[in-house]
Design a protein around this ligand. Structure first.
Ligand code: NOJ
Ligand code: CA
Length: 679
């Protein structure tokens, strides 16, 4: 505090005697946020445990038809507030979420006639900071059509030369589906969020946003070294955001923790979203599923019609039988509808969401499923032709609802910047997946689906920003390289991929990664391009590590039936949790999670490592002190290693309690999965 106070006094003297500075701290006083109007430039800075993290960073917005909010503004007024409450997630990593923060609303004003005032609302939690712009209706900003042409928000990282960052590029053709880079700041250009970095002291920081609605997604562009500027994804006409008088932006978020693991236990993004707007959502059901899916990715089947067509009535019934026998709630069927024949990637206009191929009978399979207690999981691939989808959406959801389908996977396969929109004049426009148009379109599909009591799992999505709190039927999404890249990606996901995901992509929310490939050698284990680069134990660990309320058992039924003992873990593992605790990990090296089932006293643990084998020592102090458990351990065998011996798996059972400490050895790209069955 002393150092900070000296710093503030010094800056007052050095720059501008009249500058105003206001401070707000986190409830535990570890985070200090300082807002200033030094040099008539609204700015903020952040320190953690008395050490600077974010240096003075500018705030502001620019418009097409009026002067910018930001430059020439000074602090006019401030309001303080504090709040401590808990609220409940209908499904999630934990049932009860604590929202404890201090709030500071800062009103900025400029000495001019028009566009002369705005506010920034700051909330400081123990796990980070969120802030949003609030721009009231006023002269110069009173129209129904206000175009934002620049967001001036900066995140100036303190001493960037000493930091390490984990990132994927922004505005690329492959959307969010890139291999993560680990680098110094000097190698960073333009990145997606969550953008995670570690400073010299070991403090970890992740920049993202919360409650992204009716606005463009924020990416980060490194200008001067360490100065990341908000770069909003534009519309096809170059405008960044089309809004209206009296608007608010999404929250800009900065999660901060003394170590890597702390980031994983943060609820900041959810806390900055609005409460559930859908009322009773008991129809939203976490579940595990299988599907007619992997067969297409490894080219045993096709989405299109013909000899190898996957989505036939017969094949679907076979999957329903398998699901019923082993306790899965749903069967995903892709390639059932007209539009898949020919070049489906480029022919999105041909997709029809109510007409099936001749060899697929929707009513017959859903009736068959009903009798066996298994639901069909629907699929709508749009190939990025969103107008074609938009126009059919109501009919498409009605048809599924009529047939008892309550979960639909959607897909927006198209290169970044190549979403096809037909405007009101009938002109074709090409949009980004993360521009404002698509932000609204994705949410439209979710709210339309809700009217039919259908949950949505979006592939090629907009990134998650915590909207599952407000719309709990937005149950999962992709938004990173998933398992499918191991079937055909070049290169496939490297061993470290799933040790970086939890600290980056997963901070945003659940991911439909689709774990559980048992046959790594569909092209031969030696194939360097197409195979999961993991051990079998690591495939099991993914169910606990990569949180999602829906989890697929992605492999073919025959590969599970060939290894029923290992499959037992997938059958047992829940997808809805009473509580979750990240207990160890370093970004890009390894990670361990413990989670307690929401519907029993059982706990589960998942741990996994990168290309390095390692020993883990895990105190079981998360277990209930008064209970005994049978630990059902699925671990790498002594000879396991991902390249040539991925299947060496040991399954062992032993009695444990909360005072025990487990010593575990993880193989190269290995893992461990444990069920602690309460006795
Ligand atoms: C990409 C999705 O991620 C994948 O799961 C799906 O099978 C294909 N698109 C086809 O829709
Ligand atoms: Ca994909």
């Amino acid at each position: 505090m002393k150092r900070l106070a000296t710093f503030i006094i010094f800056s007052l003297l050095a720059h501008n005697l009249w500058a105003k500075t206001v401070i707000v701290q986190s409830p535990d006083k570890q985070i200090t946020l300082t807002i200033s109007d030094n040099n008539k430039t609204p700015s903020y800075q952040i320190s953690f445990a008395n050490k600077p993290i974010i240096s003075s960073s500018k705030l502001g917005l620019s418009f097409q038809k009026t002067s910018s909010l930001g430059p020439d503004f000074t602090i006019k007024n401030t309001h303080r507030d504090a709040s401590k409450s808990t609220w409940q997630l209908p499904w999630g990593e934990r049932k009860s979420v604590l929202d404890e923060h201090n709030e500071l609303l800062v009103e900025f004003a400029a000495d001019r006639k028009a566009a002369n005032h705005f506010s920034v609302r700051f909330r400081v939690f123990n796990d980070g900071v969120g802030f949003r712009y609030e721009v009231p209706k006023q002269t110069g900003l009173n129209s129904k059509h206000i175009n934002i042409t620049n967001e001036l928000t900066e995140f100036a990282v303190y001493k960037p030369q000493q930091a390490t960052a984990w990132w994927i590029p922004a505005r690329g053709w492959n959307r969010y589906e890139y291999i993560y880079n680990t680098s110094k700041f000097a190698a960073i250009d333009h990145v997606q969020t969550p953008f995670t970095f570690k400073v010299k002291s070991g403090v970890h920081v992740s920049i993202h946003e919360a409650a992204l609605t009716d606005y463009a997604s924020m990416t980060l562009d490194q200008r001067r070294p360490g100065v990341l500027k908000a770069d909003l994804t534009p519309w096809s006409d170059g405008i960044l955001v089309k809004t209206h008088a009296n608007f608010k932006t999404p929250w800009r978020t900065i999660q901060i923790s003394k170590n890597a693991v702390g980031l994983l236990n943060s609820d900041l993004i959810l806390n900055l979203n609005e409460p559930n707007q859908l009322g009773d959502v008991s129809w939203v059901k976490p579940q595990k599923y299988v599907g007619i899916w992997w067969g297409m990715h490894i080219r045993e089947n096709t989405w299109g019609s013909g000899q190898k067509h996957g989505a036939t009535t017969t094949e679907t019934k076979r999957y329903i039988d398998f699901a019923a026998k082993y306790g899965f709630g749903g069967v995903l069927v892709e390639g059932w509808n007209i539009g898949w024949d020919g070049d489906w990637f480029n022919n999105g206009d041909l997709f029809n969401f109510t007409k099936s191929f001749a060899d697929f009978d929707l009513k017959a399979v859903t009736d068959y499923g009903k009798a066996k207690g298994v639901k069909l999981i629907g699929h709508h691939e749009t190939s990025g032709n969103v107008t074609n989808y938009h126009n059919q959406m109501d009919d498409a959801f009605s048809l599924y609802e009529k047939n008892g389908v309550s979960l639909v996977k959607t897909g927006y396969v198209a290169d970044g910047g190549n979403i096809k929109r037909i405007d009101q004049q009938g002109i074709v426009r090409k949009e980004w997946h993360d521009g404002q148009f698509m932000v609204n379109e994705y949410l439209h599909s979710v709210t339309e689906a809700a009217k039919h009591h259908i949950s949505i799992n979006t592939h090629e999505p907009i990134k998650a920003t915590g909207l599952r709190r407000t719309y709990p039927n937005w149950i999962a999404r992709e938004g990173a390289r998933g398992q499918e890249f191991n079937a055909w990606g070049t290169p496939p996901n490297p061993p470290e991929h799933t040790t970086i995901l939890p600290f980056t992509r997963m901070l945003a929310g659940p991911m439909d990664f689709t774990p559980g490939i048992f046959n790594m050698g569909f092209n031969g284990l030696g194939d360097k391009t197409n195979r999961p680069q993991t051990t079998l134990a690591k495939q099991l660990a993914l169910y606990v590590v990569l949180y999602s309320p829906i989890q697929m058992a992605a492999d073919l039924p025959r590969n599970y039936e060939a290894n029923l003992p290992a499959f037992q873990f997938i059958r047992d593992v829940p997808t809805d949790w009473q509580q979750s605790k990240a207990i160890a990990g370093e970004v890009g090296d390894y990670v361990v999670f413990a989670r307690q089932d929401r519907h029993s006293d059982d706990w589960y643990l998942g741990g996994l490592t990168d290309e390095n084998a390692r020993n883990l020592t895990i105190p079981l102090d998360f277990l209930d002190k008064n209970k005994h458990y049978q630990a059902q351990i699925y671990r790498d065998g002594d000879k396991a290693e991902w390249k040539n011996n991925p299947y060496d798996l040991v399954i062992e059972h032993k009695e444990v309690n909360s005072t025990d400490i487990l010593s575990l050895r993880l193989a190269t790209s290995g893992g461990v999965a444990i069920r602690f069955k309460a006795l």
